[in-house]
Write a protein of this length. Sequence first.
Length: 159
Amino acid sequence: MGFIYGKFYNRCARIHDILALAMERKLYESFICTLDPEKKNALNEALFNIPPNQEKQEQFLKTNKVFQQHMDEYTVYFQKSMSGDLGHTAQYWTIYIYLINRVNRDLMRAIRKCDVDGYMAILPSVMDVFFGFNRPNYARWGVLFLNQLKKAPPDVMPF
């Protein structure tokens, strides 16, 4: 019930991750429906040729032009949805996906890995969220904290 009423975020964090993933899959499915059959076939062929080794998979996906073009097109589709071109309902859920799958996940990853550079990279997006949700004190103090973090000498960082 806490998830439905928007309470107890910490208790419901896993539910938010699962829901955001399900909604992004739905958005991706709607994106796939807009593709030309030629692009679908080229993507299927590229994905069929992925090597079984995980290290080689990452290298293959980074260098494959078909896959990179596909991801760029999905990014454009995602931005269209965020701007409301696909309707208000799609815009609402795309913003939810962005906040959970992008901002929250990157923030949690940076905190758990003690990655100061990643933390400083995602913190401006967190400040935007604070400002957007009318939390001016969090946004104001967060900007001050980020500036102090950037000025701190490297030997002060414990990690």
